[in-house]
Write a protein that binds this ligand. Structure first.
Ligand code: ADP
Ligand code: MG
Length: 284
């Protein structure tokens, strides 16, 4: 499902003393099946932008098109079909759990989108297996689970509606390093296995480097960079301008390369870093 965003502008509390421009002339084309990372300062407009892609917000001006669904200002339309096809996992999604049992919570989406109870239950179970939540928890209250488990339930709730586009807004915030790794490899696996479009908002540059095929930097309500992660990280002036960190694996590899007079390698993962260190004989 391709996404097309044209001259998108959004202002919160328009025509009030609290008016706040959150998006200014944003243009983006995201092909079906892409894995794109969105980065940038808090308040730069990332969450506002992605909420337009599933119809939670409507443009103040401009247009958002997902497949054949076009969202424009003031147009009266039923946005349910869009919300079914574009799943959005908010920051701290566990705060939105509300049903008595895990299974019921995950069934809510498919039921809401018109599936009968039996189908909804089947979809919910499939989604719970996908996120790796053991069956013993399915009949428990979501509020009796650990933080990490609750987040997996919330993600299963979005996956159960079988979206074609999955948007995750800072999905690893508040998780420990192991939890972050598991969460990201879950999304990467889903993307690889189903071919769904994956949009990832993150502050973790190592995640961007390892997983994203394209990175979009938001700054001050606008798209400030749109390109390959390595092209961003290689430009020190851009990183400084956007106040972004270099991914740890690149920082390490490049420090070693500089000290040994070697060419800076293009590395994306820890495994590649280790292999590079070994082949260059600098692992001692
Ligand atoms: N509900 C809201 N009401 C008013 N202003 C908001 C609201 N949500 C976000 N904003 C403002 O819009 C801008 C963009 O915010 P946001 O999209 O949340 O950025 P990000 O996700 O990059 O941190 C910020 O200036 C923020 O203060
Ligand atoms: Mg945000």
């Amino acid at each position: 499902m391709p996404i097309l965003i044209q001259e998108l502008n959004y202002t919160y509390q328009l025509n009030s003393p609290f008016e706040r421009v959150a998006l200014r002339d944003v243009n983006l084309e995201i092909p079906s099946g892409a894995l794109v990372a969105f980065v940038g300062h808090t308040g730069s407009g990332k969450s506002t932008l992605v909420q337009h892609i599933n119809g939670l917000l409507k443009p103040t001006a401009g247009k958002v098109q997902v497949d054949d669904i076009i969202v424009e200002p003031k147009k009266k339309q039923d946005l349910k079909p869009l919300r079914r096809r574009v799943g959005l996992v908010f920051q701290y999604p566990e705060y939105q759990l509300f049903e008595e049992t895990v299974l019921k919570d995950v069934m809510f989406g498919p039921m809401n989108f018109g599936h009968d109870a039996a189908t909804a239950e089947q979809l919910a179970k499939e989604a719970l297996r996908t996120v790796g939540l053991d069956e013993v928890f399915w009949s428990r209250s979501p509020f009796d689970l650990s933080g990490g488990q609750m987040r997996r339930v919330a993600i299963a709730g979005v996956l159960a509606s079988q979206p074609d586009v999955l948007i995750v807004d800072e999905p690893t915030a508040g998780l420990d390093p192991q939890g972050r790794k598991h969460m990201l490899s879950l999304f990467a696996r889903l993307h690889a296995e189903t071919g769904m479009t994956l949009l990832l908002i993150t502050h973790d540059m190592d995640q961007v480097l390892e997983y994203a095929e394209r990175v979009i930097v938001m700054e001050n309500a606008q798209v400030a960079f749109d390109g390959l992660p390595l092209d961003l990280f290689k430009e020190e002036t851009l990183l400084e301008q956007f106040h972004l960190d270099l991914p740890h694996v690149l920082s390490l590899a490049w420090q070693v390369a500089d000290r040994r007079g070697l060419q800076r390698p293009d590395i994306r993962t820890e495994t590649e870093l280790i292999e590079w260190l070994m082949t260059k004989g600098v692992s001692e």
